[in-house]
Design a protein. Structure first.
Length: 256
């Protein structure tokens, strides 16, 4: 199904909604998921009560399970400024629309003298056109399928240079998606400078801005501009599991 969408400044894009490119990581039972910040493994628990068995395999009529998950630690999740403030802002109120003109970029971390791996602002990135772009997806290199199950806790994984984040904010980027556990260093004594920079905290909170972490973009998806569908479940929490999806732009047509 083809759709024509206006992305601003008299520019239409055409996409095929029957050809989604999913960039979330499936959430599986047990330990076969990415894990960070020492989250407990995902648990699927069969409900059993008063002779009822929520498992067809065990003789029940239906499958009926309880899910235990830590959004920030078990897989792809979206978060808002409520994550690091006492505002009680919840992620289900952060998005007023769900489709965004976005740019996918691939960046390599630079190893610092102290061993940190930092994703920084590059000359090539500074020269790219961000006109009309509202969301940026950062794919880190090397890009391997190990990201689907990697255990990040205690490993000091790569993180973003606040200068890069500040550059994206200056370009009008409202939604930042990365394949890392966090935009900030794993242990930074609560400084969280990249989070604070992106949300312009504490002076001028960008209440509509979101960060999505622990995505996975296959290497066969080229860098460039796409249509992004970004949604969350209607959960009153600072973060929630999500399923960001890309659509290839088949036509880009300015009109008068």
């Amino acid at each position: 199904m083809k759709a024509i969408i206006n992305v601003g400044k008299n520019t239409n894009i055409e996409v095929d909604l029957n050809k989604p490119i999913v960039i979330s990581i499936p959430i599986k039972e047990g330990d076969n998921n990415p894990n960070c910040y020492w989250a407990e493994p995902v648990k699927f628990e069969t409900i059993k009560a008063d002779g009822f068995i929520g498992s067809v395999a065990e003789g029940g009529a239906v499958n009926y399970q309880k899910l235990q998950i830590t959004p920030h630690g078990n897989g792809t999740h979206i978060e808002g400024y409520g994550h690091i403030t006492n505002s009680k802002a919840t992620i289900n109120n952060q998005l007023s629309s769900y489709h965004f003109y976005c740019k996918l970029i691939s960046l390599s971390p630079k190893k610092m003298p102290n061993g940190d791996l930092i994703i920084g602002l590059t000359t090539d990135l500074e020269q790219q056109n961000f006109d009309l772009v509202k969301a940026v997806i950062i794919r880190t290199l090397p890009n391997t399928k190990e990201k689907l199950t990697h255990k990040y806790s205690g490993t000091n994984p790569p993180f973003l240079d606040p200068k890069l984040v500040n550059f994206l904010v200056a370009k009008g980027i409202d939604h930042l998606l990365i394949d890392l556990p966090s935009v900030d260093k794993e242990v930074d004594k609560g400084v969280l400078l990249s989070h604070r920079t992106f949300w312009s905290l504490p002076q001028n909170p960008r209440k509509n801005a979101t960060i999505t972490e622990l995505i996975y973009v296959s290497s066969d998806v080229p860098d460039g501009n796409y249509l992004l569908n970004l949604q969350t479940i209607n959960l009153e929490m600072d973060a929630a599991p999500c399923n960001p999806t890309l659509y290839k732009i088949e036509k880009n047509t300015p009109h008068g």
